[in-house]
Design a protein around this ligand. Structure first.
Ligand code: ZN
Length: 231
């Protein structure tokens, strides 16, 4: 079996209808993405009245179609997308333990990670998430590097898709030959940003350039992290 030392993975948040168009692009180029969803909002979009693009949540109002994410991956993003740090342990349970149960049932598989809503986290929250079986969480910090984060519960992506350095990062990633340690190109964002910024061609271009490499593993966050023994 071929051994990979390089991987590409994507992480997109909030579960909005534009995920459909994004998934079509990912599928066209053989890319795999982890989608960080909010089970409470998906079940009842009216709960977040001030939410931008509130009318764009997937399959509103009450049906959550997990099959949309077939071939990709569903991860945690908090039941109601709350700021976590001021909340109590009971509220954390409602936001994460509950989210995990609901989404695992919908997805039909164990969920091992996710992304912090608003990028909010601290050591207490990391310890709590570890205690309920969560193995990795993405922050909104970026490194412009392909070296995996040392702290998997505060994972820092390589870049956001809108980063000005994306073309240069792609070139740098593709030019790495047989690295000694795993190199992960990890890109994050929200599908509604492409719609809002009228730049769907940006993600199409990123996928096109990164696709078709023999020495690159294209996997969801969990697949990539498990493959390299990071979780
Ligand atoms: Zn979010």
């Amino acid at each position: 079996m071929k051994e990979y030392r390089k991987a590409v993975t994507f992480s997109y948040d909030d579960g909005v209808t534009y995920d459909r168009r994004l998934i079509d692009i990912f599928n066209k180029y053989g890319m795999k993405c982890s989608f960080n969803l909010n089970s409470g909002i998906l079940a009842d979009p009216e709960k977040k009245r001030d939410w931008y693009y509130k009318d764009a949540f997937v399959n509103r109002p009450r049906v959550f179609d997990a099959s949309l994410y077939d071939g990709h991956e569903i991860l945690l993003h908090g039941t109601e997308h709350l700021h976590m740090l001021p909340l109590s342990k009971e509220e954390w349970d409602a936001e994460f333990l509950e989210d995990k149960k609901v989404l695992e049932k919908e997805a039909g598989h164990e969920i091992k990670g996710g992304a912090y809503a608003y990028g909010d986290y601290d050591e207490r929250l990391e310890a709590y998430l570890q205690s309920i079986g969560v193995k990795f969480m993405r922050t909104v910090k970026t490194t412009k590097s392909f070296t995996p984060s040392a702290d998997m519960l505060a994972y820092e992506a390589t870049c956001h898709h809108n980063d000005a350095e994306v073309p240069e990062l792609i070139e740098r990633f593709l030019s790495i030959k047989e690295p000694e340690t795993p190199q992960i190109f990890y890109i994050w964002g929200h599908s509604y940003e492409f719609e809002g910024n009228h730049n769907w061609e940006r993600i199409e271009e990123i996928c096109k350039k990164l696709s078709g490499q023999d020495d690159v593993l294209y996997g969801t966050n969990t697949e990539v992290f498990e493959y390299f023994g990071l979780i």
